[in-house]
Design a protein around this ligand. Structure first.
Ligand SMILES: Cc1cc2nc3c(=O)[nH]c(=O)nc-3n(C[C@H](O)[C@H](O)[C@H](O)COP(=O)(O)OP(=O)(O)OC[C@H]3O[C@@H](n4cnc5c(N)ncnc54)[C@H](O)[C@@H]3O)c2cc1C
Length: 429
């Protein structure tokens, strides 16, 4: 019997966890050929993107290199960007690749699959706001986090030399916007020890703009109230109940015509499927560019294609879609792993059931807050401070465990901590 070719596109929270599990149980034994495609050579867990953007973590320490990881975990890695999918021919097409001088490195490639898993994540949704695409950085990919980092360093240099003020505007006070605001404040407090003598927190204006009447609108009032108290204390300027109608070079124009000035503009509101999905005309793509899947995560009408994570639209029994969150992507990966094993043995696949374990928000060194959904009692309960920080860190630890196994994940984390201890606390290059 020839071994099945299982192609996974997207090595993020869901795709990399799935490739690792399938690789270890099938790939290493030669029982299936597991191929992971990603457009980047390194995996960074997306909830850490804002830390990368401000420079409190470094991708050379936190990143997982697919090629090396694949070698040890039984999957093949190919760098490439999904461009097209032909379910009739059971092929996907990867875009041509160019170097920095725009010279062709690789022509478009076609790959054959027996089973295909789409796990390419999502992107921020500007809701067609004029000027947003042109002027904002969308903090939704490794490239965008690196771009923000470079712009921030430019801003800090100007600030230090010219004594001007730096103004950063962030649209969307969900977890990304709130966490980014707190990290930025922490960075500005810390740069003096690295020679930026002329910079103090009074030189930085952070504007956090949210259409809902409170920050963290999806979370219970107590969580958003505590987070808001921290942001107020550190001087983040909140614009609540404010809708942005246009973005210009100067800043954000709100519904009532006010201009909120910003040198650096970030869009961190809303989420939709990737642009490339609009071109996948043979698959059922919804109005938010997500591919529609059934309860077992099979793309509707296509028995050999699955989709997980933010790029998939799975409607739960209560009529609500599975939320675009890391915990959902990793739970989907775990269920799909079991389903693929069952399918290869002609067993029955099980429907996916999302379990909300709660939400945690890190406010840099200032605090952490969140709510946990009760195993211990019904309903949810509020946590903050060290316990919330511990739980927040343990989410990352769980993610690493799904990539390496528990023991190796602990060793990996320890090695990361040692490296971070030995290196600068801020990446300022
Ligand atoms: C700053 C930030 C903070 C967040 N914080 C939290 C949090 O605290 N808790 C939480 O639960 N969720 C959080 N989220 C959401 C969470 O990160 C996502 O829901 C989760 O990562 C989705 O996982 P995924 O596997 O679907 O996609 P992703 O993790 O986004 O991975 C997608 C992968 O696909 C690759 N890719 C994309 N397009 C292509 C293509 N065309 N071809 C090839 N490869 C491609 C990308 O390079 C990437 O590696 C946060 C998100 C952001 C941006």
């Amino acid at each position: 019997m020839t071994s099945k070719r299982i192609v996974i596109v997207g090595g993020g929270a869901g795709g990399l966890a799935l490739a690792s599990k399938l690789g270890r149980s099938l790939g290493l034994k030669g029982e299936a050929d597991i191929c992971l495609i990603d457009r980047n050579p390194i995996h960074i867990w997306k909830p850490k993107l804002h830390e990368l953007a401000v420079g409190v973590i470094d991708q050379s320490v936190e990143g997982v290199f697919y090629r090396d990881h694949g070698l040890k975990n039984g999957y093949r890695y190919q760098r490439g960007e999904l461009e097209q999918c032909d379910p009739d021919a059971k092929t996907i097409q990867l875009a041509a690749m160019y170097n920095e001088q725009n010279e062709l490195l690789l022509p478009p490639r076609t790959l054959q699959y027996d089973l295909l898993v789409l796990a390419v994540g999502g992107i921020s949704n500007s809701f067609n706001t004029p000027g947003a695409e042109k002027h904002c950085i969308f903090l939704d990919s490794l490239n965008s986090a690196e771009l923000f980092h470079r712009r921030l360093l430019d801003g800090l240099m100007l600030l230090n030399d010219s004594h001007q003020r730096l103004s950063i505007g962030i649209v969307g006070a969900g977890a990304t916007g709130v966490e980014l605001s707190a990290e930025l404040h922490h960075v500005i407090e810390s740069v003096r020890e690295y020679g930026y003598q002329n910079i103090s927190k009074h030189h930085l204006d952070i504007h956090l703009i949210e259409a809902a009447p409170k920050i963290l609108p999806q979370l219970p009032d107590k969580v958003s109230g505590r987070a808001q108290a921290v942001l107020d204390r550190i001087g983040v300027r909140l614009h609540l109940g404010v809708q942005v109608k246009e973005v210009t070079q100067s800043g954000f124009v709100t519904q009532d015509g006010t201009l909120i000035k910003a040198d650096l503009k970030v869009w961190a509101a809303g989420i939709k499927g990737p642009k490339v999905f609009a071109d996948l005309t043979k698959l059922p793509i919804n109005g938010r560019n997500q591919v529609e899947v059934d309860a077992c995560m099979r793309v509707k009408g296509h028995n050999d294609i699955y989709a997980i994570g933010d790029c998939a639209s799975l409607i739960m029994d209560n009529g609500q879609p599975v939320p675009p969150r890391a915990q959902a992507a990793s739970q989907m990966a775990a269920t799909l792993y079991q389903n693929i094993l069952a399918r290869l043995k002609d067993g029955a696949e099980k429907p996916f059931h999302y379990r909300d374990y709660g939400s945690l928000v890190s406010l840099s060194r200032f605090s952490a807050v969140g709510n946990l959904m009760g195993n211990l009692r019904s309903g949810d309960f509020f946590i903050e401070g060290h316990i919330a920080r511990f739980m927040y860190n343990s989410l990352y630890q769980r993610h690493l465990a799904s990539l390496f196994g528990w023991f190796s994940a602990l060793v990996y984390r320890l090695a990361q901590k040692l490296l971070r201890w030995q290196r600068p606390k801020l990446k300022l290059h």
